[in-house]
Design a protein around this ligand. Sequence first.
Ligand code: KG4
Ligand code: ZN
Length: 354
Amino acid sequence: MTDITTQKPGPQEGTIRLLGIETSCDETAAAVVEDGNKMLSNIVASQVDIHAQYGGIFPEVASRQHVITIYPIIEQALQQAHITLDDVDGIAVTRGPGLSGSLVVGLNTAKGIALANHLPIIGINHLEAHIYSAWLDTPEQAVERNPKFPLIALIVSGGHTELILMTDHLTYQRLGSTLDDAAGEAFDKVARLLGLDYPGGPAIEQAAESGNERAFSFPRAWLNDSWDFSFSGLKTAVLRTVRRLESSDLLLPVNDLAASFQAAVVEVLVTKTLRAANEFEAEDILIAGGVSANQSLRQQILELSEFPVHIPPFSLCTDNAAMIAGAGYFRYCAGQRDGLEIDALPNWPVSELS
Ligand code: KG4
Ligand code: ZN
C-alpha cells in the first residue's frame, strides 16, 4: 500500500542509506546516498549519442536501452559506494513524470530488487527530486547552508517549467508553469532550427558565447504578470527570422540568433522568479533541472538576486539518481513506504504531492 504521511521529516536513528534508480527519460542512472546529502556513488549512463541521430528522444529506443543498462549501472553504483544491498535501507525510484515505457523499467527493476532483498520501495516524483538535488554535497561543491523555507523553486527541464512556492519540506504550491513548450524543449527546438546538435541547451549556450544578444529583439511573454510561462511565441519568432534570413541568401548568423534567443528565455525566467520571491517573502531561491546548467541563467540570477540562490553543481543539474535517493530520504523520514503494486505516473504534477 502507498502510505504517504503528512508527517515532516524527523530525526532518524542512525544513518539512512538509499539506493536511487532513475529511468524517466534518456539517462539510466543509479546512486547511493546517505541521509539525503552524502553521495557515496552517482552513476549516469547517458543515451544522448544514441538519440542525437534522431534529433530528439526516441521513446522505444530509450526503454530498450534502459533494459540493457540498468543492472550493470546498479552494480557499479553499489561497487563504487563499497556496499552491498544488505547495507541499504530502501530503494528510491522515479515513478513519474516521464516516458511511461522508460519509467516501468526502473520501477520493475526496483520491485525485483526490493522483493528479493526485503527492502521498502519509495516512489519518487522526478520534479521533487530535481529540487532535492540542492541538498546534495558533491566532490565539486559542498552545500554550505541548506535551503531555507519559504523558498521559491524554479524547475526548468526538457519537459517542465514550474515555479513553485515551498513552505516546508515536501510541501509545494505550484504558482505557475509553462502554457506550451518547456524551457529546455524551447532550447532543443530552436537548436534544431539553427542546425545545432541535440541536446539543444548546451549547443545554444556554446553558440551564444560568441554571439550578440542584442542582434535580434525577440519577444518576452510576460502573460500579464501571471506566474505562468510561454515559449512557443519566441520559438515562432526565431523561426520567422531564420526563414527571412535564409531567403535573403545571407549566411545565417547562428551565434547572434542563439544569443538573442537565450537572452529572451533567461530574462523571463529570472524576472518571474525574483518577482515571486519578493511577493511571497521567500528566504531563499532554488533553481534546478537541466536548464539550470546554463551559465547565463546562473550568472544573471546570482547577480540580480537579493536572496540566497541555490543551484546544484553541473553534474546534478541534468537527470541523475542521486537526486532521487536524496528526495527519497525526506520521503522515507516522513514515513513513506510503497508496495510492489505502485505503477508509473507519466503525468504526475508536483502540485499533487502534498
Ligand atoms: O532535467 P533534464 O536533464 O531532463 C528532463 O527532466 O527533462 O533536462 C534536459 C533539458 C534539455 O532540454 C536540455 O537541452 C536542457 O535541459 N539543458 C540546457 C543546458 N543543459 C541541458 N539548457 C540550457 N543550457 C544548458 N547548458
Ligand atoms: Zn529531469
